[in-house]
Design a protein around this ligand. Structure first.
Ligand code: PRT
Ligand code: MG
Length: 224
């Protein structure tokens, strides 16, 4: 790429979180000819180089990915539907469901708690969750009155110590619920991760972004 081309086509910045999203995005990047040169689990760097000098990867918290992309600090990113629903999606274009990091958003309670009866009897439930918007909407649509308690992690603990009657959390294997004697009583929605693109970047950097979006789209059809 010539210097002249580079100056009119500044590099791309991709925001990813460590762990399952980073791991599941690597094959999608490979399909676009991009490989990340450092491992975020062992490197302390927060900006990682790739084999393409025009593409760099930011390592941020999963819940912060939409924020970096919304404000244009990253041009694109990968975030779970759970995270996007809480963020609201403002300023984000969401072209592709990547079918990665699949899980479900569910309601869970202590094994001894009769959730169905409590709901039928119109009890007011205390629900602990990181996903307050999704939880509020879910219980409102069922006409169930809830007091929501916002937590930032380890939701499984809340019913065990009497902080709440129920939790709303993401579940994949169900092993964490089982290990804590909790039971999944309601599935709210299926969750997977999406590609999110800054709306201005999509216009200004379309020539660089479009082939990557298309490669991700093709590769994601074979995931899952
Ligand atoms: O961990 P951190 O607090 O930094 O943030 P995070 O938990 O939001 O990030 P991360 O990387 O763990 O998850 C990123 C995205 O992966 C989430 O936004 C989801 O869309 C998706 N995902 C898929 C999951 C899971 N599967 C999952 N199992 N996110 C979290 N979990 C947790 C869950 O909260 C529970 O504590 O794993 C535990 C349950 O797992 P099982 O297999 O025991 O059911
Ligand atoms: Mg986590």
């Amino acid at each position: 790429m010539s210097i002249a081309t580079q100056s009119t086509e500044p590099g791309l910045i991709l925001a990813l979180s460590k762990g399952r999203i980073f791991d599941d995005t690597l094959p999608l990047l490979a399909s676009a000819g991009i490989s990340v040169l450092e491992n975020p689990e062992t490197s302390r760097k927060l900006i990682l180089a790739t084999n393409d000098p025009g593409v760099r990867v930011l390592i941020v918290r999963a819940t912060d990915v939409p924020t970096y992309v919304q404000y244009g600090a990253a041009d694109f990113g990968v975030a779970g539907k759970d995270v996007l629903l809480e963020h609201g999606g403002e300023g984000l274009y969401q072209p592709v469901d990547l079918n990665i990091a699949a899980c479900r958003m569910s309601v869970a309670v202590n094994a001894g708690f009769d959730y169905e009866s409590a709901v039928r009897q119109g009890a007011r439930l205390r629900v602990a969750t990181k996903f307050v918007n999704t939880a509020r909407q879910h219980f409102a649509s069922k006409g169930v009155h809830v007091d929501l308690i916002k937590l930032y992690g380890s939701m499984e603990l809340a019913p065990l110590v009497g902080l709440s009657d129920a939790i709303v959390d993401v579940v994949s294997t169900g092993n964490t619920l089982r290990a804590n004697n909790l039971v999944e009583v309601e599935k709210i929605m299926e969750i997977s991760s999406r590609l999110v693109v800054n709306q201005a970047a999509l216009k200004l950097k379309r020539a660089r972004l479009q082939p990557i979006i298309e490669a991700f789209e093709r590769a994601s059809k074979t995931q899952g």
